[in-house]
Design a protein around this ligand. Structure first.
Ligand code: ADP
Ligand code: MG
Length: 287
């Protein structure tokens, strides 16, 4: 039977906005040894601002911005939201004929009879499209129109206010290794990792690469737990496969909230160390 104190711990967590879906998960949380964070929407706000727009070949900036916004109209990815925001105008659905999201790459769509692709370097490599390679402090999103390179936009996200303190608290609570897994570029990942003091980062990952890394990290967990924390956009597979999958609920997707063992109801990563503290208190009473 489950000691009564677990119900107290789960109740206390819930009042702090941490929904723990069972006493076994509360237990696992207190034994966190390796913590892997997703980047966008988890360690960063997931709200990108436009830094620069560069049109190439015969295209102009207004044109490529419109293509990007329309191609992203049906995506809920933070990048899609940023491009729609940068465009700023009403989107006419009649101009969009086909649309498809390619997780970890971008989107493709048919806009006013033209074949549009919007996404990262990897997407352009996949279709053999020559493009600029930018090493900048920002996320580069390229656009291709009927197979021709049309330019790119640089967008930039901010680190959450409590990210640094979260990492420091986790170390105090005995977490041995803290890493970030992201589909974004090495340049962006490296800057964040340095700023908040992560042990390692893995960049340019596809959703399935994240699963492989989580499983490899399992070899180092000793008697502890590997925890993954994500906002859930493209993260449901890795949330499902971690010892303990945590979804950040504020921006997170419904699938991720369903799949997760623990849901943090707001957008604060600092709720993770708080949950670990609550769990350790319960464990001390039980032992
Ligand atoms: P992460 O949350 O770690 O950034 P994702 O798997 O959500 O990982 O995305 C990885 C990368 O794939 C993004 O950084 C971006 O380059 C590209 N990408 C994903 N979805 C989109 C989209 N809707 N539009 C443009 N690029 C996208
Ligand atoms: Mg994400």
């Amino acid at each position: 039977s489950i000691p009564l104190v677990y119900f107290g711990g789960i109740g206390k967590s819930a009042r702090e906005g941490i929904l723990v879906k069972g006493s076994n998960f509360l237990d696992a949380l207190g034994k966190a040894r390796i913590v892997a964070f997703d980047k966008t929407g988890t360690l960063t706000k997931g709200v990108f601002k436009t830094v620069q727009i560069v049109a190439k070949n015969s295209f102009n900036k207004d044109e490529i911005l419109k293509f990007m916004a329309l191609a992203e109209a049906h995506s809920s990815h933070p990048i899609a939201n940023a491009l729609k925001e940068a465009y700023g105008k009403e989107i006419n659905e009649n101009e969009i004929k086909e649309h498809e999201e390619i997780p970890g790459y971008g989107v493709r769509a048919k806009i006013n009879g033209k074949e549009i692709m919007v996404g990262n370097d990897r997407l352009l490599h996949k279709f053999n499209i020559e493009h600029d390679t930018c090493h900048v402090k920002g996320t580069v999103v390229h656009v291709v129109v009927d197979g021709e390179y049309a330019g790119y936009i640089i967008i930039s996200d901010e680190i959450k206010k409590d990210a640094l303190e979260t990492i420091q608290e986790l170390r105090k609570l005995g977490v041995k290794k803290i890493v970030m897994l992201t589909g974004d570029s090495k340049d962006v990942a490296e800057e964040i990792a340095k700023k908040i003091g992560l042990d390692e980062f893995y960049a340019e990952l596809l959703p399935e690469d994240k699963v492989n890394i989580i499983e490899k990290l399992g070899a180092e967990k000793e008697n502890g737990t590997v925890v993954f924390v994500g906002d859930g956009i493209n993260d449901a597979p890795v949330i499902a496969r971690s010892d303990l999958g945590v979804a950040m609920g504020a921006l997170g997707s419904d699938v991720a909230i369903e799949t997760a063992d623990i849901v943090i109801m707001d957008d604060k990563p600092s709720k993770l160390p708080l949950g670990i503290k609550i769990s350790k208190k319960v464990q001390n009473i039980v032992m």
